[in-house]
Design a binder for this molecule. Structure first.
Ligand code: 5GP
Ligand code: MN
Length: 327
């Protein structure tokens, strides 16, 4: 009960700050995923309707979601942003301060910021910090905020909000029971689930072939319930127009293989730099990701690390073994 009241109080503070601001900047995280994009677009949609001068900024918004309303209005040039004296800055879905995509040479004044996030409370910043882990996506938190404000949820806005929920739950596969009510409400308000799923679940033939490679080299360590696979830099480089995020199917595809607890996907992104995605059915993998300088959610987390895939894997498997012995 206390927490609910607390959330409403924070919503009220955010409402007041938005009301008295004119020029508003919206920022999210680097390498934006579906939720980063959708929460940015949802906020932009709302601010425009309130006749605010809204500036959504993202360097590389996922192209596969370009059907969402407002996508073409996203600003990608830091130069333009630097010239504006903003009254307010909204920070969405970023998890920790270092992950915020700040426009180049832009001074981020923390006193002007409000955070909306569903990642565990960590290195967040701002005058008001609205952080609720119980939501499956930042858009689900924004939906709650819009209901608090008694905003009309049009079919376009409902689609944007649902898109954040679906893409942040591996295409709906990790949808928590508690979110289903809000998903139902968004569908009744006209959210286009069919379009979201069509975009999320389709990929090019080239991508399909890479997926084949990933599956063919899976290894497992049964005693600790781990399944893993990887991509090397050469393989990624050879593929045309390749991005891990368009759509982000690779780590989550592995989780469809039954009988394991932890799924690891490693990808060499630059020479000597590896990105690791951890997924789990039971174990809290965010604890493990934190040990390697990353973070995330209990069932989906990640980190980036210097080194070779083999070396990182060895350390990672050792840490998982330690964690499992504790449990
Ligand atoms: P993914 O494996 O899909 O990139 O990320 C899954 C989750 O882990 C995301 O929700 C994200 O917040 C978190 N995550 C991924 N990479 C990092 C990282 O380098 N640092 C932190 N703190 N979190 C990460
Ligand atoms: Mn998110």
């Amino acid at each position: 009960m206390g927490r609910e009241r607390n959330l409403k109080e924070k919503f009220f503070l955010a409402k007041k700050l938005i009301e008295k601001s004119k020029k508003i900047l919206i920022l999210s995280h680097k390498a934006p995923d579906g939720d980063a994009l959708s929460s940015t677009l949802a906020m932009h949609y709302f601010l425009k309707r309130k006749n605010k001068e809204s500036h959504p900024f993202l360097l590389n918004p996922p192209k596969y979601l370009s059907f969402l309303e407002g996508y073409d209005e996203i600003e990608k040039k830091a130069k333009k942003i630097r010239k504006i004296d903003f009254d307010l800055i909204l920070l969405l879905d970023y998890a920790t301060k270092d992950r915020i995509e700040i426009p180049a040479k832009f001074e981020l004044d923390e006193k002007k910021c409000i955070t909306f996030d569903h990642h565990p409370e960590d290195f967040h910043i701002g005058k008001v910090k609205i952080i609720e882990e119980k939501f499956a996506s930042t858009t689900e938190l924004l939906y709650e905020f819009f209901l608090f404000l008694e905003e009309k949820i049009t079919p376009s806005l409902a689609t944007i909000l649902l898109c954040g929920i679906i893409t942040d739950t591996a295409g709906g596969k990790r949808l928590p029971q508690e979110s289903l009510k809000r998903v139902g409400e968004l569908l009744l308000k006209g959210a286009d689930l069919k379009k979201i799923l069509e975009k999320y679940y389709s990929f090019s033939l080239e991508r399909g072939k890479l997926l084949g490679k990933l599956l063919s080299r899976i290894k497992t360590q049964k005693n600790i319930g781990v399944l893993y696979s990887y991509f090397l830099l050469d393989e990624i480089k050879k593929a045309k127009d390749f991005s891990l995020l368009e759509p982000p199917i690779f780590p989550d595809f592995l989780t469809q293989i039954e009988g394991y607890d932890i799924y690891l996907f490693l990808c060499e992104q630059k020479k000597g730099r590896v990105k690791v995605s951890l997924r789990s059915k039971k174990t809290d993998v965010s604890k493990i990701a934190k040990k390697f300088g990353g973070g995330g959610h209990k069932k989906a987390s990640g980190f980036r690390k210097k080194g070779k895939i083999k070396e990182i894997l060895k350390k990672l498997l050792k840490e998982i073994e330690k964690e499992k012995q504790k449990a």
